[in-house]
Write a protein that binds this ligand. Structure first.
Ligand code: ADP
Ligand code: ASP
Ligand code: MG
Length: 411
């Protein structure tokens, strides 16, 4: 039997009624002749609640216990989905990550999948089971502890299963009917795309479009998984949604395909560091060791042998970054007059493979933002993206004016 992977996000399993609705879709694919692997998220809001419990109980928590707690939301929905399917006379059972076992490394809270043995589930399919319901987001470390894959990680569970089982397709069911030119919650004129290239989706995801976890797109690209994003609320349509596919399959030739916004950004500046060979290594080495995800970096011109170094990182890593840099200062590895942090910034990015061959995109972006009176704090570019940091209060205005200026509402 061909295998299909269907993943249902938090809003798609938020109530017993919605689980029923999702189960009906699964039933339809079983009737279409598939053996189905269903990956479920926790009911919407559940993971946030669990994360909150952990933080309240222990601010400097043990990451292994964090994972033990926050992974539990998915166990509930996996069991409920299996029960719902059984009520529909569809042979199904649930699997927690460790039962598969979905093997990960030991990076608790952001673990990477290492292996998914298929024999357990295949044996059940051979016995006549039609649906394997797997709890997303969780795995087991070499030490035998429960791990989680980072927020939004059920997407990655789904793609990894699709790759391991050589599934015909991986369908990601969510609360929007596909991937849009920008977050439809920010810009009502956002347009749904029929197709988007892996590279573009990868950039959009890593720059803040949370519709897919970045790692899931990476895996799909690497293993050639046919990945589709679609709504669990709309009527059944075999051609619905957005297909994430190879660049060759895209006909559009616009310079910009989408706008992404990330509000969880912070800007940190080391004021007056010595401008000498090795200074960047001395600053960013300790940050890397502390697991800080440094993104944009700028170094100012130097005066009297001293310069300012600015970088961006996620807001929730500011305190860790500060203690890493203070530590390096105490050890005499670096010297700075002050360490400033601005946690009220957002990163706005334009993404498009068309940028490779068309110039002037950056200039136009800067003009649009300046016409709106939005000051740019940091700029970073790569082959297919341009990102700027701006004051967070301008997030909506920046996204909407760029979406307009680049005429993204038009196909
Ligand atoms: P799920 O719980 O199903 O995993 P998420 O909340 O993680 O759903 O992701 C879906 C959300 O992603 C949408 O509700 C939407 O607000 C947001 N989003 C951000 N950027 C985009 C985009 N470019 N296209 C579609 N959705 C986007
Ligand atoms: N429940 C987890 C989260 O909210 C994983 C997921 O939904 O993908 O991050
Ligand atoms: Mg998600």
């Amino acid at each position: 039997m061909p295998i299909l992977v269907m993943k249902f996000g938090g809003t798609s399993v938020a109530t017993l009624d919605r689980i029923k609705r999702a189960a009906k879709r699964v039933g339809r694919e079983v009737a279409n002749g598939y053996d189905v692997i269903v990956i479920v998220s926790a009911m919407s809001g559940e993971t946030n609640k669990l994360v909150g419990y952990v933080g309240e109980t222990s601010p400097m928590y043990d990451a292994r216990e964090y994972d033990a707690v926050v992974s539990s939301g998915e166990n509930v929905t996996a069991g409920l989905m299996a029960l719902t399917l059984q009520e529909m006379d569809i042979p199904a059972r649930s699997w927690q990550g460790w039962q598969v076992p979905l093997k990960t490394n030991s990076a608790h809270g952001a673990a990477r999948i290492e292996e998914i043995p298929t024999d357990n589930i295949v044996a059940k399919f051979d016995e006549g089971m039609k649906v394997a319901v797997v709890a997303g987001f969780q795995g087991i470390s070499p030490e035998g502890r429960i791990t989680t894959l980072g927020r939004g990680g059920s997407d990655t569970t789904a793609v990894a299963f699709a790759a391991a089982f050589d599934a015909e397709r991986c369908d990601i069911y969510t609360d929007v009917d596909g991937v849009y030119t920008t977050d439809p919650r920010i810009e009502s004129k956002a347009r749904k795309m029929e197709k988007i290239a892996f590279e573009e989706m990868l950039e959009l995801a890593s720059l803040g479009a949370k519709v897919l976890q970045t790692r899931s797109v990476e895996l799909a690209m690497r293993f050639g998984v046919r990945l589709r994003v679609l709504s669990s609320f709309e009527e059944y349509d075999p051609n619905a949604g957005t297909l994430i596919c190879a660049e060759e399959d895209i006909v559009e030739n616009k310079p910009v395909s989408g706008v992404a916004a990330s509000r969880e950004e912070a800007k940190m500046t080391l004021v007056s560091v010595a401008d000498r060979p090795g200074i960047a290594a001395a600053i960013f080495g300790p940050l890397a060791e502390s697991g800080i995800n440094v993104d944009m970096i700028i170094q100012n011109i130097s005066e009297d042998g001293r310069t300012d170094m600015t970088f961006s990182c996620p807001t929730d890593q500011v305190e860790r970054a500060r203690s890493a840099l203070d530590g390096a200062k105490e050890r005499g590895e670096i010297n700075f007059a002050e360490l400033l942090s601005d946690t009220e910034v957002a990163k706005i990015s334009l993404v498009g493979i068309g940028m490779r061959s068309q110039s002037g995109v950056a200039a136009k972006m800067f003009k649009v933002l300046s016409d709106e009176g939005i000051n740019i704090k940091v700029i970073a570019t790569s082959e297919i993206k341009i990102s700027v940091l701006v004051d967070r209060k301008y997030t909506e205005l920046a996204v909407q004016s760029l979406h307009d200026a680049f005429e993204l509402e038009k196909a």
